[in-house]
Design a protein around this ligand. Structure first.
Ligand SMILES: Cc1cc2nc3c(=O)[nH]c(=O)nc-3n(C[C@H](O)[C@H](O)[C@H](O)COP(=O)(O)OP(=O)(O)OC[C@H]3O[C@@H](n4cnc5c(N)ncnc54)[C@H](O)[C@@H]3O)c2cc1C
Length: 457
């Protein structure tokens, strides 16, 4: 008999797992609690805006230099629709102006002081501090630590707070001082593990990245990421069951039964691609230590507000992909992505589309605002930063408990979870953003590996 795979959770991880199972001609079913698949990949129309297309309401692109999503798109027949951002540069809002992010840099970490000085983003003293640090030789990093512990001493506080934290803290709705460098910034971890000076180790990373890939660093799909989900769902057909909340998993001889409110699904392998606290509840009867580890994973809350406005309603040309905001600026927004400049497929020639994010684990102000207050505050900040002076059409998309915060030791804890499950609950596999990476390539890699039995690292 064919192996029966039941996937719990129909986000990108779960759908990638089912896609792999289908490819291997296994029996597969995806049980998704919501009435739509995709989890944190979603798009929608902005009511009242005269836009002929829906907009991504969360992830709008993915790393192309990790090949998993690109490969998946080719398998799905979306290869011809892969697009690169327009190449437009990104900025940091600091001291009342938008300033270019220096290049070269790796995950926001610059290593050539001269290019940093040219941006005007860092004070003379901050550039001198960076210059004094980048060539200091370090012993190879021997174990995981926080990004702050490793990178602050190598770049100085000012560069860290104006460049590194806005990028790495911002995209995770967290704080780079608490983020595991191994799990949250693998390139920086590899550089630190190599030892030597920051300048030398990051130069190697940049050169290797350029040589290996040749193509763009990021990709998107024409029309938006939602098309990846729609295509997976279409090709998986009746294997995807919506509105099926999994409430328990039971042993069934050598296998398992996955229980929803109104059905039971026998399985040889169960892939748990749900948020950590849901997974924790489902595996607790069999693997209590792994369940406790998962239950302790903290998630950040973020909100994404989409603004659509006539291009003439801004005093800025939006020649770029958007900007990040260091926490020292005191703004509510953490980032503003200029979707209509960044992606050709979101440019109708007439409207500016801005995707404004707010929320960090240590900045929860947006949760205390009602929608009108949120729009007032962010609108005022858009006036300040890009000269918004016309009435925009908006859509608010809250993403509560959406971004897992990987603390130091996260990857070791993932290995412990795998080991415990293999020992006491063979056939149960945990995958997705709760484990080894929240970016779409990492999620796809983990979903497929959970079925193929290959390494998810
Ligand atoms: C605002 C935002 C912007 C982002 N931008 C980017 C980006 O630009 N690029 C990038 O690479 N990544 C980005 N990410 C991260 C990325 O989108 C997510 O990490 C990824 O989509 C998570 O996928 P997943 O399948 O692991 O989990 P999820 O998407 O959380 O899927 C889990 C699924 O499980 C379902 N579920 C929950 N409980 C049950 C149950 N009991 N029974 C059945 N089903 C259940 C949920 O409904 C959900 O559909 C962003 C995330 C956010 C929040």
């Amino acid at each position: 008999m064919n192996e029966r795979v039941v996937v719990v959770g129909g986000g990108i991880t779960g759908l990638a797992a089912a896609h792999e199972a289908r490819r291997q001609e296994l029996d597969a079913v995806v049980l998704e609690a919501a009435t739509r698949a995709g989890g944190k990949i979603a798009s929608g129309f902005v009511d009242g805006a005269e836009l002929p297309f829906p907009i991504d309401m969360a992830a709008d692109g993915f790393l192309a230099r990790q090949p998993e999503v690109v490969e998946l798109c080719h398998e799905l027949g979306l290869g011809d629709d892969l697009v690169a951002p327009t190449g437009a540069q990104a900025f940091i809002w600091a001291d009342g102006a938008l300033r270019s992010i220096p290049t070269p840099s790796v995950l926001g970490v610059p290593f050539e002081p001269d290019t940093v000085a040219a941006t005007g983003l860092i004070s003379e003293a901050g550039v001198a501090d960076l210059a004094a640090r980048v060539d200091i030789e370090h012993e190879p990093l021997a174990h995981d630590a926080s990004v702050g512990e490793v990178i602050r001493p190598r770049v100085g506080d000012e560069v860290f707070e104006r460049l590194v934290d806005p990028l790495l803290g911002g995209i995770n709705a967290g704080n780079a001082d608490g983020l595991s460098i191994e799990a949250g910034a693998p390139q920086l971890f590899a550089a630190a593990c190599a030892g030597g000076s920051l300048r030398d180790s990051l130069r190697v990373q940049v050169t290797a990245g350029q040589a290996a890939a040749g193509g763009p660093v990021f990709n998107g799909v024409k029309g938006g990421n939602r098309r990846i989900i729609d295509t997976l769902v279409e090709q998986l057909g009746s294997r995807v069951r919506l509105g099926q909340t999994v409430v328990a998993i039971e042993r069934n001889g050598a296998g398992w039964v996955v229980v929803t409110d109104d059905a039971r699904f026998p399985a040889d392998r169960v892939v748990l691609a749900t948020p950590a606290w849901i997974t924790a509840g489902l595996i607790a009867p069999f693997a209590p230590t792994a369940a406790t580890t998962l239950a302790e994973l903290v998630y950040g809350d973020a909100v994404l507000v989409t603004y659509v406005v006539d291009k003439a309603g801004l005093q800025h040309d939006l020649a770029g992909s958007g900007f990040l905001v260091p926490r020292s600026e005191g703004l509510l927004m953490t980032a503003c992505s200029w979707a209509s400049s960044k992606w050709d497929h979101f440019d109708d020639g007439r409207h500016a589309i801005l995707r404004v994010s707010a929320g960090r684990t240590d900045d929860r102000r947006w949760l205390d605002l009602d929608p009108a207050q949120l729009l007032d505050q962010l609108g005022a900040e858009l006036e300040q930063t890009v000269g918004l002076h016309a009435e925009p059409v908006t859509r608010i998309t809250p993403w509560r408990q959406s971004l897992p915060q990987y603390r130091p030791g996260h990857m070791a804890r993932c290995a412990e979870i795998d080991t415990e499950l293999a020992l006491v609950a063979e056939g149960l596999v945990v995958a997705g953003a709760q484990m080894r990476g929240l970016g779409l390539p990492a999620c796809v890699r983990q979903g497929r590996a959970a079925v193929a039995g290959t390494s998810a690292v």
